[in-house]
Design a protein around this ligand. Structure first.
Ligand SMILES: [Zn+2]
Length: 82
């Protein structure tokens, strides 16, 4: 009688696994939360070196933003990148 319960639990487990694989689209299906995390991030350009970085990581100063505290101290590049 104990085995019936084990069989039921295993059966439900397999059913959930199959259900997840089918809803996942079939490809990898390992991490369904990837598309949620790939939300668009606004990118800004460092005024000194021109590197693009997420706005959350930028160091703002006035109307300009920099990639790091060091570049903020150095100020805007004299020859802006083309
Ligand atoms: Zn920079």
């Amino acid at each position: 009688m104990k085995y019936l319960l084990v069989l039921l639990v295993v059966g439900v487990g397999i059913w959930m696994l199959v259900k997840r694989l089918r809803s996942g689209g079939g490809s990898a299906g390992e991490s369904p939360g990837v598309s949620e995390r790939a939300a668009p991030v606004s990118m800004v350009e460092c005024a000194h070196c021109g590197v693009h970085l997420p706005a959350a990581d930028a160091v703002p100063e006035g109307s300009r933003v920099y990639c790091s505290e060091a570049h903020r101290r150095l100020g805007p590049s004299p020859t802006p990148p083309a």
